[in-house]
Write a protein that binds this ligand. Structure first.
Ligand code: C2O
Ligand code: CU
Ligand code: CU
Length: 523
């Protein structure tokens, strides 16, 4: 590490707020206007790669390996995970240094049983401090990956931080997983630098299953595919390109103009590879989509081509597990951090058929996502279940003890472009809401641009958007809502689980790093 980096590292507080130097260095940034964003599919700016992009569908898709526990006790599975950089072929012909969990990108998949404790010991071998958060986990606060609870790479970093509960080199996270089966994911959550850390590779699946899901006869094995969508840009050497103000990710946080509204790449990755193809049988498949992109939204369609209609998409689950019953979509819209568990039926197709997954919200290279190649005729008699989780609880408005307003807007903070919650930039020492354990509240969320709003700890249900009811992608238990420009959405949330301080924030990671985060205290 360089001298200047060492010096800057000893600054315990970020200089984003209240530092004239940082503001001058970055210039005074303009705040985008709503008019400029209307009709845009994602809030953000696309960065162009410096390499020649390959044609799509050149390489087979990879499925992240399932991690084996290092030990099993009577009531827990114990895992070890090392975080370290590895050169990987993300784009054909290039070796990109990826920050990995366990050498894989996305990280290895953890599979847990609902109600069975999962313990993950993380070791940080990366050049910067890290934080691990299990997104969607109902987790005690000390294990939730609070943004200032850092794992420092080594002793030379002692003293760096924002006063959280820091450890050196390793930290053990315990997940009780007293929750429904669901597609969860884990990712980095370090204060001010989550965007670049996730962009560099720090994200993986954590799939939780439960008895209700197991009773349904859903496709499994090779016919159950976790699919993580990410967009990236590359420099001329094929390395990930991210316009951090500080390339060493120490201080100050944030990105260069004009990327402060969100980083969009021009390459679409599925499970860590650019525009892959995947060979499928004439069978029913379960696809567990995760939008792990920093800022990009997608609208996916399964295009058969020729005269043929697109394949219908049957949604069976949302962020927090199974829906009451199956929901049909022609296309699937996903905001960052949202998960959609869907069934897609390839049985009507002839071997030799190519099904392109296209992104209607992209253009040029970002309009393609991946391709399914039907290669083998088999007999598959699985039925598409219509009834999934009939006993799913519905929260009612009259259960709510209060209603709160939360606004998510762009704001200039000391001459810098920033993003705020109810007018305030993130401050780990201040809570926007104090809620009682077990109580139910209605939160009215209003935004200026696209803001995928995520609450830690407590899943919620969407009551409505504007004057209308929930949108087509709002079914079931959610932990992230795709809040659209100039919209107010109402969610109902029960703060069950644990007492303590948790964050809620925008999951556009550039907005999050540039302060669009706040605390709620469960008491
Ligand atoms: Cu996906 Cu606060 O996290
Ligand atoms: Cu989360
Ligand atoms: Cu946002």
């Amino acid at each position: 590490m360089s001298e200047s980096a060492r010096e800057r590292r000893s600054i315990n507080r970020r200089t984003f707020i209240g530092s004239g130097a940082a503001a001058v260095a970055a210039g005074v940034l303009g705040v985008p206007t709503l008019a400029g964003w209307r009709g845009q599919s994602s809030t953000g700016t696309q960065l162009r790669s410096g390499i020649r992009l390959p044609p799509p569908f050149r390489r087979p898709m990879a499925v992240p390996p399932v991690l084996t526990p290092s030990s099993r006790t009577e009531d827990a599975d114990v895992y070890q995970m090392r975080q370290y950089p590895v050169p990987l072929e993300v784009v054909p012909g290039y070796r990109t240094t990826v920050w990995t969990y366990g050498g894989s990108f996305p990280g290895p998949t953890i599979r847990s049983q609902s109600g069975r404790r999962t313990v993950v010991e993380h070791t940080n071998k990366l050049p910067v401090p890290t934080v691990v958060h299990l997104h969607g986990g109902v987790t005690p606060p000390e294990n939730d990956g609070y943004p200032t609870d850092l794992i420092l790479p080594d002793e030379s970093w002692v003293g760096y931080g924002h006063g959280g509960d820091t450890t050196v080199r390793t930290r053990t996270y315990e997940y009780p997983l007293q929750q429904r089966g669901a597609t969860l994911w884990y990712h980095d959550h370090r204060m001010d630098f989550t965007g670049p850390a996730v962009w560099n590779g720090l994200a993986g699946f954590h799939l939780v299953t439960d008895a209700e899901e197991e009773r349904l006869d859903l496709p499994d094995g090779a016919r159950e595919l976790p699919l993580a969508l990410m967009d990236r840009a590359f420099d001329a050497q094929g390395q990930f390109l991210y316009p951090s103000l500080d390339p060493e990710l120490i201080d100050p946080p944030g990105v260069r103009q004009p990327y402060e509204s969100g980083m969009l790449g021009d390459v679409i990755l599925v499970n860590g590879r650019a525009w892959p193809y995947h060979q499928v049988d004439t069978a029913l498949y379960r696809l567990r989509f995760l939008n792990a992109s920093n800022a990009r939204r997608y609208r996916l369609r399964f295009e058969v081509g020729g005269e043929e209609a697109d394949l219908p998409i049957t949604q069976i689950g949302s962020d927090h597990g199974l829906l009451a019953g199956a929901v049909r979509h022609e296309a699937l819209t996903l905001a960052p951090a949202e998960r959609f568990d869907v069934l897609v039926d390839f049985r009507s197709l002839q071997p030799g058929t190519h099904v392109r997954v296209v992104n209607d919200l992209g253009s040029g290279t970002t309009a393609d996502v991946m391709r399914f190649d039907v290669t083998r005729r088999v007999t598959d008699e699985l039925e598409v279940p219509e009834v999934l989780s009939p006993g799913i609880e519905r929260l009612h408005e009259n259960e709510a003890v209060r209603t709160r307003q939360m606004t998510f807007r762009s704001q200039t903070i000391d001459g810098m472009h920033g993003w705020v919650v109810n007018g305030e930039p993130f401050d780990p020492h201040m809570a926007h809401a104090t809620v009682e354990l077990g109580s139910t509240e209605i939160w009215e969320l209003t935004g200026d641009f696209h803001h995928p709003i995520h609450l830690h700890l407590a899943p919620f249900q969407v009551l409505g958007r504007g004057a209308g009811g929930p949108g087509p992608f709002d079914s079931g238990w959610k932990d992230t809502i795709d809040l659209r420009p100039a919209e107010t959405a109402r969610i109902i949330v029960r703060f069950d689980g644990y007492r303590g301080r948790y964050v809620f924030h925008c999951h556009n990671l550039e907005h999050e790093d540039m302060m669009m985060m706040a605390n709620f205290d469960v008491v």
